[in-house]
Design a protein around this ligand. Structure first.
Ligand SMILES: [Zn+2]
Length: 107
């Protein structure tokens, strides 16, 4: 299964007002920082047990953790079975994401 298929599983969860409220709860609990590195920027909420495997835990706060974008994509890649990006590609992906974010903010 590819990355797109994998993400499809959580998309049903992560859109809609119910997710927004739960996401806020997770951010508050984790002190608005990545639980792995303490980063406070570009935070994303991760399902510790992926929705694909444990749809019953999709709405459980205990199954959520705050990760920065880099740690989140790293974890997702491992779960999908893709090798971690090598540092050069990771830096490039990071740059592309930041550029995209800047464009969003301007718009
Ligand atoms: Zn991190």
């Amino acid at each position: 299964m590819g990355l797109k298929d994998y993400k499809r599983h959580s998309r049903n969860i992560t859109r809609g007002p119910r997710w927004k409220a739960l996401r806020m709860q997770a951010l508050e609990r984790d002190g608005w920082a990545c639980v792995k590195c303490g980063a406070r920027r570009r935070l994303e909420i991760d399902h510790i047990e992926p929705v694909r495997d444990r749809p019953d835990l999709a709405w459980s706060l205990a199954n959520l953790q705050t990760l920065c974008a880099a740690h989140h994509s790293e974890k997702t890649r491992i779960e999908v079975g893709l090798p971690p990006l090598n540092p050069k590609r990771q830096a490039w992906a990071e740059l592309v994401r930041q550029t995209g974010r800047n464009v969003e903010q301007k718009g």
